[in-house]
Design a protein around this ligand. Structure first.
Ligand SMILES: Nc1ncnc2c1ncn2[C@@H]1O[C@H](COP(=O)(O)OP(=O)(O)OP(=O)(O)O)[C@@H](O)[C@H]1O
Length: 228
C-alpha cells in the first residue's frame, strides 16, 4: 500500500444561496474503510462530488497524500488515483463482464474478477446480470485501475441482505490495499462494515468515530429522528 490518505480542510460548497457543505475538515486514513452517513440533503454526495472533481469547492482544500487536488479536472483526479462509483450502475449493457472491464481499462481483469467473484460471469452480458452483480461489476470497474482511493455512493441500493453482506465483505477485503469511503443509508450495511463513521447534517460534519459509538450517540439518534 502506497498512500491513499484523503484530507479536507474547511471544505465548503454553495449552490446559489444554499449551503450544501460547510467547513468540513475530515481525514480518511490510508488503507481504511470509512462510512459517511446522514439524513437526506446532509451534503454527503456533494462532499464526494468535490473529492472526485465532479464539482468544484466554493471554499477549502482537498489534499490527497498531502497534495492539493481541489479544482483539478475529473480526469486529473482519476489519474491521481481516485475512483468513484455512482449510485446508479452505469455499466455497458451490451458488453460482457470481461468487455466492460476491458473498457474500464488499464489493469489485471482476471485478478479483479477473481477478487470480486465475477469470474463465472466473465462472458455474461451486463444487461442480464442480477442487479447485485451489476453493482459488483461497477465496483470491479472502479478497482481495475488500482485506485488508491475508492469513493462509493450507496453501493447497496436495491440489494438483498445477502448481497449487501457480500458487498461489505468485499470492501473489508480491500483494507490495506485501497482507501474506501462509502456513503450509505442502510444501517445493516454500515453495521456490517463496522468502520469509522462520519456523520453529516445540514452540510456540516457533526460526529465521527467507530460505528458502535456513533450508533449509541443521542445526538445522532435525534438527527435521524428529525429532532435535531
Ligand atoms: N447541483 C445542485 N444544485 C443545487 N442544489 C444542489 C445541487 N446538488 C445538491 N444540492 C443541494 O445540496 C444539499 C445537499 O445535497 P446532497 O445531495 O449532497 O445531500 P446527500 O446527503 O447526499 O443527500 P441524499 O442522501 O438524499 O443523497 C441539498 O439541499 C441539495 O438539494
Amino acid at each position: 500500500m502506497t498512500g491513499g490518505e484523503l484530507r479536507t480542510e474547511g471544505l465548503g460548497r454553495r449552490f446559489g444561496g444554499l449551503v450544501a457543505v460547510e467547513d468540513v475538515s475530515v481525514t480518511f486514513a490510508a488503507g481504511e474503510v470509512s462510512c459517511v452517513i446522514g439524513p437526506n440533503g446532509a451534503g454527503k454526495s456533494t462532499l464526494l462530488n468535490m473529492i472526485c472533481g465532479a464539482i468544484a469547492p466554493s471554499a477549502g482544500r482537498i489534499l490527497f497524500d498531502g497534495k492539493p487536488v481541489e479544482g483539478l479536472s475529473r480526469h486529473a483526479i482519476a489519474r491521481a488515483g481516485i475512483a468513484r462509483k455512482f449510485q446508479v450502475p452505469s455499466v455497458f449493457g451490451s458488453l460482457t463482464v470481461a468487455e466492460n472491464l476491458a473498457v474500464a481499462g488499464g489493469g489485471d481483469a482476471e485478478a479483479v474478477m477473481a477478487r470480486t467473484g465475477l469470474a463465472a460471469e466473465r462472458d455474461t452480458r451486463a444487461d442480464v446480470l442480477a442487479h447485485g452483480k451489476k453493482q459488483w461489476l461497477e465496483i470491479a470497474m472502479g478497482l481495475i485501475r488500482r485506485p488508491r482511493l475508492l469513493l462509493l455512493d450507496e453501493p447497496t441500493a436495491g440489494l438483498s441482505p445477502e448481497e449487501t453482506q457480500a458487498v461489505a465483505d468485499l470492501l473489508l477485503s480491500l483494507r490495506g490495499t485501497c482507501t474506501v469511503v462509502v456513503i450509505d443509508h442502510d444501517m445493516h450495511f454500515v453495521r456490517a462494515l463496522s468502520a469509522r463513521t462520519v456523520v453529516m447534517h445540514q452540510g456540516r460534519l457533526v460526529a465521527e468515530g467507530d460505528f458502535s459509538a456513533i450508533e449509541r450517540d443521542p445526538m445522532v439518534r435525534d438527527i435521524y429522528l428529525g429532532r435535531a
